[in-house]
Design a protein around this ligand. Structure first.
Ligand SMILES: [Zn+2]
Length: 400
């Protein structure tokens, strides 16, 4: 395959009049395609379009009616189709805080999809959002399933380290430092969030290997008077500590544009990424429709409704999650936060790939990388998604 005539956003530089040459699912070279390849290659004409790396969503719960916690192949397929039709080529499937058995069921299906030869959308692994979260800032997670590593153990994580890529935990819980060290030893990314921690509790966890903050500004400790002293929380430490990256739910609801700009100014495009945190309602009917948060077969599961383009809990007390894919967030970054397009693409491709330690294979357009692309028109709408050099979504009428 040769992708011709587009503007390539690598995403470190803008390359005009550059062809992308692909063979056997891998990017072979960038430049002017020579005759040798053109003879039998499929030509994709990207005239007037941006050729971007396939987008990487490191935090999503589902979409298209499916939640990964349903732990069914049907729900996984629905979610993957929703994301791939919106330019995402790789994702990490997120759990919610639930009984351990439910999480284990979900991990089994992640394992099944992870190494698919012809993926609908690549599943890189699982992200466990809980159960080691703070009661005070649990957000939409259910209290009765919250645990602490010291009292409850974490064998369910170490036993499944082949599919678990990222774990979100709250730094102040007993046993978190030991757990962090163990996760780092196993090659699992440690993220912090849904926390009520103090600086004195956060710094040792960073020293132990914490590298990422889960949806900064949302359900996260922040500046407050504590014991008569004005103290910073995880939010402020995340903004200024260069060892930490941050996730942004840039849907214009969870974060008003000013907070996205603040994080962008503090962290830059290589340390701030966008995540969809999307629920099953992504791509589904909205305007008051009611959905289940987490597994469909869990009679105790939370319910939420969709109002406009965001999900909120039924009592309207808080957001339940987003319903926007990350390609829509790229638009929000550019149009509402005035972030340059090249940086916005970096925040949705290379940066999340780097945070989850997969940047050698995905997230940028350079020789040797997997041939995964998201092609956007001049209005930043997704016109094609390509995985391993195969067009898996095409919204261009009459095009190739
Ligand atoms: Zn989430």
């Amino acid at each position: 395959m040769i992708i011709k005539n587009g503007i390539v956003l690598s995403p470190f530089e803008v390359l005009r009049e550059t062809d992308v040459i692909i063979k056997d699912g891998i990017i072979v070279s960038l430049g002017n395609a020579d005759i040798r390849y053109e003879d039998d290659a499929k030509i994709v004409d990207a005239s007037g379009c941006y050729v971007c790396p396939g987008l990487v969503d490191m935090h999503t719960h589902g979409g298209g009616g499916g939640d990964f916690m349903d732990a069914t192949e049907d729900s996984f397929s629905r979610a993957l189709k929703f994301h791939v039709s919106n330019g995402t080529t790789s994702l990490v499937a997120s759990s919610v805080t639930a009984p351990i058995d439910q999480i284990l069921d979900m991990l089994k299906v992640v394992r099944k999809f992870k190494d698919a030869k012809e993926p609908i959308c690549r599943i890189l692994g699982a992200h466990l959002e809980g159960p080691f979260l703070s009661e005070e800032r649990k957000g939409a997670h259910k209290s009765e399933y919250l645990l602490t590593p010291e009292a409850d153990g974490y064998g369910f994580i170490t036993d499944n380290s082949d599919v678990i890529l990222n774990v979100t935990l709250s730094p102040e819980l007993p046993g978190v430092i030991e757990l962090t060290k163990e996760l780092v030893r196993l090659g699992i990314v440690v993220s912090a969030g849904h926390d009520d921690s103090k600086k004195s509790e956060i710094m040792p966890v960073i020293d132990a290997g914490l590298t990422n903050l889960t949806h900064i500004f949302c359900a996260m400790s922040t500046v407050a008077m504590r014991d008569g002293i004005r103290s910073v929380g995880l939010t402020e430490i995340g903004l200024i500590d260069d060892r930490l990256s941050v996730e942004l739910i840039a849907d214009n609801h969870h974060l008003p544009p000013e907070l996205v700009k603040l994080a962008y100014r503090c962290k830059g495009p290589r340390k701030a990424c966008v995540v969809s945190d999307s629920l099953r309602a992504g791509g589904m009917p909205s305007d008051g429709a009611i959905y289940i948060l987490g597994a469909t077969n869990d009679i105790n599961a939370q319910r939420f409704k969709v109002v406009g383009d965001v999900a909120i809990l039924l009592d309207e007390s808080r957001y339940a999650g987003s319903i926007q894919p990350i390609s829509r967030m790229v638009k929000n970054l550019v149009n509402d936060c005035k972030i340059p397009l090249l940086d916005a693409i970096c925040m949705a491709s290379y940066t999340p790939a780097k945070i989850i330690q997969r940047e050698d294979a995905i997230g940028s357009i350079s020789p040797g990388k997997l041939a995964d692309f998201c092609i956007l028109d001049s209005n930043l709408n997704v016109v094609k998604t390509i995985i391993s050099g195969e067009i898996v979504f095409n919204n261009q009428k009459g095009g190739n």
